[in-house]
Design a protein around this ligand. Structure first.
Ligand code: GTP
Ligand code: MG
Length: 346
């Protein structure tokens, strides 16, 4: 029986693919320590289980919820990873893919949202991508199920025999490569996880990996190694941190792959949303635009609209509404009852 982890960025079609491959959930619970749903299903072919991991952009968790996928890689026994990639956001999605490939378990990539990519004027050359990443890649449409059966068959090839895949090797430069080797050699045999991946994640600042290594190794030595390596990286690469250096090397690797595997089929005019996005997410314009919107919202609420509106409502209630009610009451209710209470002055 194979056990496959379904991983990918948020909103890339994981649940759609999960439903197509399994039919239904066999088990729905919570991951330990967090209120994130844990969904496990049986593959329709009855070959094994599929585990739906929460959507993440990177294995370097920013919150406890995001840590679920990393915790899974650190503590669970599984045979393969099914990585779903949004073809219309290829560059961004490949960041997680690279981290998963560095782990060294068999990975199969389902290239989803091909229709969206096509609409945006892109085509992904999956044959090229397959050879560049050295991993099986299949285009799918998770919404309709197109290509999903073939993907499932590939999973069997990757995970059934429990063989290890060759991890992706990116060269992070002599300083970091040296430090990674030093650390990997010192990680005790009790931690039965890919040593190079652990070392890279440690230097990248992955809190869960740090916690694991600190619990079984000399904390002072680890901290010194991290600080010394970071200082040398700062000196040699002008990067601010190890995290930034690793991110930059990976992004360079991904850009070179994308430039070869992504083909522009037609020049599509930017949509209105994309043009607005360009302005509001701009490095320099973003914050002033945000403050301007906050100012306008504040002024609208309290000055331009709020005060005149509340004055109008007030005038309406104390004017015509009160007068009409007063006349109605005077006309309908017994005068001797109302007069002493509210109509004394009239
Ligand atoms: N156009 C298009 N839409 C798709 C495709 N696959 C899934 N979708 C749609 O994308 C949306 C998100 O799909 P989900 O399956 O919920 O994605 P997810 O990765 O589970 O999302 P999160 O759990 O929120 O991270 C849904 O509206 C799907 O119908 C596809 O191949 N093409
Ligand atoms: Mg989902």
């Amino acid at each position: 029986m194979i056990s496959v982890a379904l991983a990918g960025n948020p909103n890339t079609g994981k649940t759609s693919l999960f439903n197509i491959l399994t039919g239904s959930y066999e088990y729905v619970g919570n991951w330990t320590g967090v209120t994130v749903e844990k969904k496990v299903g049986v593959l329709k072919s009855k070959r094994g289980h599929l585990i739906d991991l929460p959507g993440i952009y990177s294995l370097n968790p920013l919150s406890r919820d995001e840590g679920v996928a990393t915790q899974f890689l650190l503590s669970e026994d599984f045979s393969a990873i099914l990585n779903i990639v949004d073809a219309s956001q290829l560059e961004r999605n490949l960041y997680l893919t690279v981290q998963l490939l560095e782990y060294g378990k068999p990975v199969v990539i389902g290239l989803n949202m091909m229709d969206v990519a096509e609409k945006r004027g892109y085509k992904v050359d999956e044959v090229k991508l397959t050879s560049l990443l050295n991993v099986p890649i299949l285009p799918i449409v998770a919404r309709t199920g197109t290509g999903c059966d073939r993907l499932e068959k590939m999973l069997g090839y990757s995970g059934e025999d429990g063989r290890k895949a060759e991890p992706l090797m990116i060269n992070y430069g002599s300083v970091l490569e040296g430090a990674v080797k030093t650390l990997a050699a010192k990680i005790p045999g009790t931690i039965q996880l890919p040593k190079r991946w652990l070392a890279l994640q440690f230097f990248e600042g992955n809190a869960l990996v740090k916690e694991l290594l600190y619990s079984q190794m000399d904390t002072g030595w680890l901290e010194r190694l991290h600080t010394e390596t970071e200082e040398r990286i700062r000196f040699e690469t002008k990067m601010k941190s190890l995290h930034q250096h690793i991110r930059q090397v990976r992004s360079g690797f991904i850009s070179s792959i994308v430039s070869e595997a992504l083909i522009r089929t037609k020049n599509i005019e930017h949509t209105f949303t994309e043009r607005v996005d360009q302005i509001v997410t701009n490095k320099f314009l973003g914050m002033p635009v945000f403050l301007l919107f906050m100012y306008v919202t504040f002024k609208l609420t309290f000055d331009w609209l709020g005060t005149p509106l509340s004055d109008m409502i007030d005038a309406f209630l104390t004017g015509p509404v009160t007068d009409t009610l007063q006349s109605l009451l005077v006309a309908s209710a017994p005068r001797h009852l109302l007069k002493p209470l509210c109509l004394r002055e009239s």
